[in-house]
Ligand binder design. Structure first.
Ligand SMILES: [Zn+2]
Length: 87
């Protein structure tokens, strides 16, 4: 999963590395949370953008209805018809 996130970031030009990816197999005695892989953004200035990208609403979520009656896909945060933002 963490590799998928890294690919998403790299597609946007954000350099990131996966840490602890080999630890999980070496540290069988530790609880899983202790050796989970982590995703590190190399450039501090990219961190905010990276977070927004990874927490963006998923495009395959349910549609939403704007107050004006327009129906919009989950990937849109703003109505194209009246300009209202999703609430
Ligand atoms: Zn609208």
């Amino acid at each position: 999963m963490v590799h998928h996130y890294r690919n998403v970031l790299e597609a946007e030009g954000i350099r990131a590395v996966v840490k602890n990816q080999y630890l999980s197999s070496a540290m069988g005695d530790l609880p899983p949370a202790e050796c989970q892989a982590e995703l590190w953004v190399l450039n501090e200035h990219d961190a905010m953008r990276a977070e927004r990208l990874l927490h963006a609403p998923r495009a395959d979520g349910p549609d939403w209805a704007c107050a004006c009656g327009e129906r919009l896909g989950a990937q849109f945060t703003q109505c194209w018809r009246c300009g209202s933002f999703r609430v």
